[in-house]
Design a protein around this ligand. Sequence first.
Ligand code: ATP
Ligand code: MG
Length: 775
Amino acid sequence: MEKYLSQLNEAQLAPTIQIDGPMIIIAGAGSGKTRVLTFRIAYLMSKGIDAFNILALTFTNKAAKEMKGRIADIVGSSEAKNLWMGTFHSVFAKILRFEGHHLGYPSNFTIYDTQDSQKLMGSIIKEMGLDKDIYKTKQVYSRISSYKNNLVTVKAYYKNPELMEADAMARRPRMGEIYKEYVDRCFKAGAMDFDDLLLRTNELLTRFPAVLAQYQDRFRYIMVDEYQDTNHSQYLIVRALADRFQNICVVGDDAQSIYAFRGANISNILNFQKDYDGVKMYRLEQNYRSTKCIVGAANSVIEHNQTKLDKVVWTANDEGEKVKVHRALTDGDEGRYVASTIWETKMNEQLNNSDFAVLYRTNAQSRAIEDALRKRDIPYRIYGGLSFYQRKEIKDLTAYLRLVLNPSDEEALKRVINYPARGIGQTTVDRLIVAANTYGKTIFEILQNIDKVDININGGTKNKLKDFVTLIESYQVMNKTANAFDLAEHVTKTSGLIRELNKDATPEGVVKMDNVQELLNGIKDFVEGQIELADAGDSLAEFLEDIALATDLDGDKGDPDHVALMTIHLAKGLEFGHVFIVGMEEDLFPSGMSMNTRSELEEERRLFYVALTRAEKQAYLTYTLSRYRWGKLIDAEPSRFIEEIDEEFVNIVTPLKQQRVNPMLDDSIFGDIEPNRIRFAKPKTAKILRKDSKKKPEKFQISTPKKMKPLADTDNSASSFDTKLKEGNTVNHDRFGRGEVLKLEGTGADAKAEIKFQNGDVKKLLLRFAKLDIL
Ligand code: ATP
Ligand code: MG
């Protein structure tokens, strides 16, 4: 441990080795807050504190995983395994599995993701005959979400005239009814939405003191990263749990509070000292991440905010290059600049794709960047947006699995009752919903008793419904003995899903099929990693929970060497060598919707601070003169934030305000020539470029994974699997990277390879699913 402690500076060491009592570390970006939390956990364990008694809450599950890995390096993996670490949602979902019965929830409750919640709200709005242009699903969803995050239950809502009036003023007087119906329907479906995971935990800890005492006793040491972005509900949970032992360590940076729009409350960090007795406050001032120029630029920007704590951030790192500002004509031009700069820098400095990130304010901006990267064959990955698990084909398959575990799950049932088509129409489904509401039963219970209920459905359709029930029940029987992978594979083949996907020979259809294969691979990996689970049925429940709670950053797939594309919100806590912040334009960043009040503008500025401080070596800012927005080409103004950077740290190549060039000429003038590359290439660079460009094909070609054989409706196509794979071969796996084949076993459909991957993991993979390239 001593060896590790020597990797901290003095200011970092002090909170790391303070074992007991409440403490807060407030410090600027890149100063080692997350590092301190990580080392502190390892230190506590080295002092004999049981991993079972430590709880660490992070912003993403990926962050928790990385932290755990680091801790395992220090204290050993068998010890680290017992740590409770993860996002608020994933940690409390686990607790609710054990304790939800106190609140009337089954332990196999489903987690509704945003899509499920919004679908349910949409159907409630429709059932109630409300105007969907006034009761817009997304708005209703975020309104209900904010009630829940402020612990306003339905009952509390009706006792709060202010809220009711606000909704009435917004022409939505029936919000309360929607809210009530939504809560009732989720409850009946045995489902919790994301906000419920916090709301119900609060309810549990408040109403059941014995349960609270049990978890207080368990979590004797609590740590929270990114504390500035906790919302009210999360704040209360932490307070309740820490109340007994008061061993709580939170870290954060008020200047990086960027989730107020989603209910995060910056005062949680500002008031921490009032919440506990004898709070020790630590400050870290040295930034280890970025160059002097980047730190200087970020400091000068945040100076413009009035509401902030006084903080010093400095660095002993190199001066580095000034922040580069680039003016583009259009978003296409901006994309080309980004791609060509990445391409050149990568070559000149021998960097990887993963040394680069492109950050934007809104997801819609990614398209132009993607196009340009694709043209240059630069591998990239978009984080956020529609996650893998939210794609239609994936949700269809997981809906079947969800129904197996929890047949009350209304959203899953509605999704697959007629998919693949089995002649059950929407009218029938509507009648089933009405019957379920009338009888106070779930739709599945109505289906199971379809002959006994009074419902206007003809005999032929009734038979189809009965077949559907039989199908699901047969899966339930199988789930008692089979593992999650075998079940999922069986469901894929027998539900008709594969047949449906096979019909679609378009490139999109092929991608969908690949995705389903990928999901099955994921389940396989999961099952293999879960051998310690005694009960086979559990593996399905755990897998479904994992995917429901995967955050936008989790579940890294594909080639790890890619340029990362994401919104700034998602980039919190991360770092990259070179960072492009694109779309630095008024109305876009700062967002046009956030300029009404000073506090909104200050949140946008904090967002810019977060973006800049992700960069280690070089930050680039780009803006365009005109951009397509809402389907129209509009003139754009450079963002005020550019001018706020102290000029000593910024290099504005073209004056911010210059005569506009007709953007329509953009493509016609430049075509495929890259104007920016020419403008920026120094003579030396240009030479290197020419020389190196000969090598381009082999160096920059991305190897596309081999196409997998599509799963057939029945099993035998896979059994004719033919492999040239030999023991000792070096292979590349789509997700795990490079590895060496240690052993081959089994034949045909059961052929497996034991592979040792570069990160040291040894995995046994089923060859018919593993996407392996022999190198
Ligand atoms: P953010 O505010 O962005 O979340 P942070 O305060 O959590 O940043 P870390 O991510 O913990 O900062 O650290 C930033 C970088 O500096 C990391 O790469 C980390 O490994 C490195 N670092 C932190 N402290 C030290 C140190 N004492 N010696 C060397 N490197 C350090
Ligand atoms: Mg951090």
